[in-house]
Each structure stands twice: as structure tokens, then as C-alpha cells.
Ligand binder design. Structure first.
Ligand code: KIV
Length: 271
């Protein structure tokens, strides 16, 4: 029997068992109750309340502006919907980089006020102290390496990371460091597939990729991208499972036309 079928509730231990058995982990972002309810009931293993909410929910160009209070609002809504999936919440930019005490306070707020199961933060060696302190409070931590959108102004571009040997070596070391500190999992974003596979094989914790190829332990996508709600954003790694932009647009156009032509509401649609 597969681990994911047996699990009535996905925990960090279930994810670990899935890696051991070679079962792939499916993770998606969600930011609100209604969508989280659908993806949870559809069998998703992990729901990430990503700071990509800054982009797809709030319309910002980067993830930097979203606040801890705003992340907590999104996470609360998602947690109310998630009956089975593990809910992981991003610590937003500015809520953990200052020092480890600030990081711990932010992580505790997320756990206490939302009921989520874990937090995620970006970085390796540079966030070591914060990771240790958050873990020491009993809060599961997921790392995030490779393209780290909160550092976009340092990187200058969203191109593939770690193509050069130095950066690839640092990434591998950071992944091993995060594992040794006690992180339960790791997201690798937009790095060469061969490097991602090497990292996934070199650590025992589950490695979830986005634009990191198929040699990792699971995949994550931003829900709005995979459903085709966003349509301007088309990176090579993105598989669109639907064109909801077009479907919603067609539905709204039909509604507008029905209202204007007095077709809606008809006799059966009134009291
Ligand atoms: O915020 C987010 O959606 C993420 C994913 C891209 C992994 O961190």
C-alpha cells in the first residue's frame, strides 16, 4: 500500500516515508479557503501558502511587499479548508532576516494564529541561526534554495541559478546544512535538473522542485500558473493544466451579455 493512500493526514513523517518509498510528493500553493478546499479534496499532499500571494493575489511585481499580517490572513483561510494536506506557510521578506529572535517571533505568530503545520524560509548558511531557533521551539522548517525570489534585487534577474560551479557547490552545502540542522524538507527553485537530482540523492529529507527537473522527490507549482489564471507568465518549467483565464473571461462575457439583453434572470431564476 502506498504511503500517500494510507495517510489520512499528511505530516512531515508521511513525507519522509514517501521519500523512502520513492513516492513522489505533490505540492501546490493556495491562498484562500475555496481553492484550498478543492485542491485538498483532490489529493494534494502539501499546500504552500506562498509569499507568491504578493504576485498572484495582490498584483505586486515581487514577493517583497507582502506582510506577516497578510500572510497570516491567507494562511488562516487555507488551514480552515485543509482536511488532509500538510499546510506550510512562507515567512515573508523582512519577518526573519533581521535576527533569529525576530524570526522565531514571526514563526510562532504563524503557528499560533493560523494553525498551520510548518513554515518555509529562503536561504542557507545566512539563516542558520534563525532555522536553529525556530526548530528549537518545535516548529517544523522547510528550506528554500536556488532562485530565492525574496533576494531578487540581489540576483537582478529570475534566470536559472547555480549554473556555475561555485554557486552549485554552495547550494549543495546549504542543502546539507539545512538537513543537518533538522529541516524536514527543502524547495529547490529554478536550478539545473542534474544538480537538483544530485542534491536530492545526497540528503535524506524530501526535496521538492519547481523548475528543477524530475530527479527530485516532488514538485510544486503556483496554483494560478498551473490552472492558467495567470497567462502572461510562461516559464519553460510551467505545465498549464487548464486555461482558466479564457474560461472565466468567456463566462463573464456571457453573463454581461445576458444581463444587458435581459436574458438573465429568467422566470425560473426569480421568486
Ligand atoms: O511563494 C511561493 O509560491 C513559493 C514557490 C514558488 C515554491 O515559494
Amino acid at each position: 500500500m502506498s504511503v500517500y493512500r494510507e495517510a489520512r493526514k499528511v505530516t512531515t513523517h508521511v513525507l519522509q516515508a514517501m521519500k523512502l518509498k520513492g513516492e513522489k510528493i505533490a505540492m501546490l500553493t493556495a491562498y484562500d479557503y475555496s481553492m484550498a478546499k478543492i485542491i485538498d479534496a483532490s489529493g494534494i499532499d502539501v499546500i504552500l501558502v506562498g509569499d507568491s500571494a504578493a504576485n498572484v493575489m495582490a498584483g505586486f511585481d515581487t514577493t517583497l511587499p507582502i506582510t506577516l499580517d497578510e500572510m497570516i490572513y491567507h494562511a488562516k483561510s487555507v488551514v480552515r479548508a485543509a482536511a488532509r494536506a500538510l499546510v506550510v506557510v512562507d515567512l515573508p521578506f523582512g519577518s526573519y532576516q533581521g535576527n533569529s529572535k525576530e524570526a522565531l517571533i514571526s514563526a510562532i505568530r504563524i503557528m499560533k494564529e493560523t494553525g498551520a503545520h510548518a513554515i518555509k524560509l529562503e536561504g542557507g548558511e545566512e539563516v542558520r541561526e534563525s532555522v536553529v531557533r525556530i526548530l528549537s521551539a518545535g516548529i517544523p522548517v522547510m528550506g528554500h534554495l536556488g532562485l530565492m525570489p525574496q533576494s531578487i534585487h540581489k540576483f537582478g534577474t529570475y534566470v536559472v541559478r547555480a549554473k556555475e560551479e561555485d554557486e552549485a557547490r554552495k547550494l549543495l552545502e546549504d542543502a546539507q546544512l539545512l538537513e543537518s540542522l533538522g529541516c524536514f524538507g527543502l524547495v529547490l527553485e529554478k536550478i539545473p535538473a542534474t544538480l537538483a537530482e544530485t542534491i536530492s540523492k545526497s540528503v535524506k529529507i524530501p526535496v521538492i522542485g519547481i523548475g528543477a527537473g524530475g530527479g527530485v522527490d516532488g514538485q510544486v507549482l503556483v496554483m494560478h500558473d498551473m490552472l492558467g489564471i495567470t497567462h502572461e507568465f510562461s516559464p519553460r518549467f510551467l505545465r498549464r493544466y487548464h486555461n482558466l483565464y479564457e474560461e472565466i473571461s468567456n463566462a463573464v462575457q456571457s453573463y454581461v451579455s445576458d444581463v444587458r439583453s435581459r436574458d438573465f434572470p429568467n422566470e425560473k431564476e426569480q421568486y
